[in-house]
Design a protein around this ligand. Structure first.
Ligand code: IFM
Length: 466
């Protein structure tokens, strides 16, 4: 196995615990599960996340997705790369599962590629992966859609929602004897905004508000998927929605109104229908079809609600000209503008590090939805930094885990935390330039090397269980 447990990068860090390094491959340690002493409830789920298109490679063994079409167009991915090989995970999954076992996590969140499932032998890969995870004592938590839509489908078509439910039934029938925890969709907000409204992600459309049907059809697909999973006997179902607290750029009423609208569009557009069965004010009218009937489906009860959190947004009144922000080109037609959050460290991606906004997200969701909100799980949290001795990542994760604990203390019902990501991977329009992994991947040799954060996270999890 091309790992390096003896890497000097593994030996120190701000949060490094003093207990003896058990080395890779040890698996989960015996002893008490998490308990009140650590501040985390019994059964709290510790995990890491990835997605199919970002790690699997083996593109020639599956049908194309919208991302293959998008990356083939010049200039769409910053370093000109594609995910054709990525981490070659399809051929190296055993090594990657050994890394998960060595990390001592309870669960692994990965995604099932719909184009691969449509291809001969595609489901067999997930069969083998799930078997390997179960044998290693790591609970498989598949996401059923993480942006890699089959190239011949389109979220602007209502039919895609029904096709998704069929795909979900096929996957659940094959894996449901070993998989008990499921995620329907990953971040429909980003897939709508970046992929359909601003054109920065696949399928590369720049429709602005005409992208809203893509959001509605994904939400409908989510509800139909919940029904399909229940029909297949699943009892532990969630969604992974992104949430960013939205801070007005100033107290000026125009900035406050713009921030409120941004919150509606990026956060509540995706949580209100799922949790409450309603669209936020003014947005339901813009959706296609029999919206009231669809909302019944979209609000199928969930067992838990997943939150992907990275950073808050600072939002101001619209600007008169096109602006660039965080690699996005924002047209003046948008009723808001994005502003820098000053005075904070930033990741290599330029995202501000604001751990207390995770507390705000979790407590804010609890306050808004009260008894209607199922238990929360942080399904993604992480940061991009270079290097094997990634002390900045350790500091980021440590502070965010503390922020999660603060939310627990404030009464939020949070049942799990997943780091994004197990290993460096294809970061969409950024290509391989952003490294989010606990494990370094050399994309030339495919050598995996656990970073300092890998060793640190293993100890952090063990201490939290203790
Ligand atoms: O890499 C992505 C992931 O696919 C979805 N959530 C955000 C991550 C970091 O950008």
């Amino acid at each position: 196995m091309a790992t390096d447990a003896g890497d000097p990068a593994s030996r120190s860090g701000p949060g490094t615990r003093s207990s003896k390094d058990p080395g890779l491959g040890t698996g989960r340690r015996p002893g008490p599960r998490s308990g009140p002493r650590s501040g985390f409830p019994d059964g709290f789920l510790w995990g890491v996340s990835t997605s199919a298109h970002q790690i699997e490679g083996a593109a020639e063994e599956r049908e194309p997705s919208v991302w293959d079409v998008f990356t083939a167009r010049p200039g769409r991915v910053k370093d000109g790369s594609t995910a054709a090989v990525a981490c070659d995970h399809c051929h190296r999954y055993r090594e990657d599962v050994a890394l998960l076992a060595g990390l001592g996590v309870d669960a692994y969140r990965f995604s099932v590629s719909w184009p691969r499932v449509n291809s001969p032998g595609g489901l067999g890969f997930y069969d083998r992966l799930v078997d390997e995870l179960c044998a290693a004592g790591v609970r498989p938590v598949p996401t059923l859609f993480h942006w890699d839509l089959p190239a011949d489908l389109d979220w602007l078509d209502r039919d895609t929602a029904g096709r998704f439910a069929e795909h979900v039934s096929v996957v659940a029938d094959r894996l449901g004897d070993r998989v008990t925890k499921w995620i329907t969709l990953n971040e429909p907000a980003e897939h709508t905004l970046l992929g359909h409204a601003l054109g920065a992600h696949a399928p590369g459309r720049r429709l602005l508000f005409d992208a809203l049907p893509a959001a509605h059809h994904q939400l409908l697909a989510h509800g139909l998927a919940v029904r399909a999973l229940r029909a297949a006997g699943a009892r532990d179902i969630g969604i992974a929605n992104s949430h960013s607290p939205t801070w007005p750029a100033s107290g000026d009423p125009a900035d406050v109104a713009a921030a409120e609208f941004y919150d509606l569009l990026l956060n509540r557009l995706f949580s209100d229908p799922v949790v409450l069965g309603v669209y936020p004010e003014g947005l339901g009218e813009l959706m296609p079809g029999d919206v009231a009937a669809d909302l019944e489906v979209i609000s199928e009860p969930l067992d838990w609600y997943g939150v992907n959190y990275y950073a808050p947004a600072r939002v101001g009144a619209p600007q008169e000209k096109e602006t660039e922000f965080g690699g996005l080109t924002l047209p003046p037609e948008l009723p808001f503008s994005l502003r820098e959050i000053e005075g904070r460290p930033v990741t290599d991606f330029g995202w501000p590090v604001v751990p207390e906004a995770l507390t705000e997200t979790l407590t804010g969701l609890s306050a808004r939805y009260g008894d209607r909100l199922p238990p929360l799980v942080v399904t993604e949290n992480g940061c991009s930094y270079e290097g094997l001795d990634d002390q900045d990542r350790i500091a980021y994760l440590d502070a965010h885990i503390d922020a999660l604990r603060a939310a627990l203390e404030a009464g939020a019902d949070v049942r799990g935390y997943f780091v994004w990501s197990l290993m460096d991977n294809f970061e969409w329009a950024e290509g391989y330039a952003r490294r989010f992994g606990l494990v370094h991947v050399d994309f030339t040799t495919q050598k995996r090397t656990p970073k300092a954060s890998y060793h640190w996270f293993r100890e952090r999890v063990a201490a939290a269980r203790g």
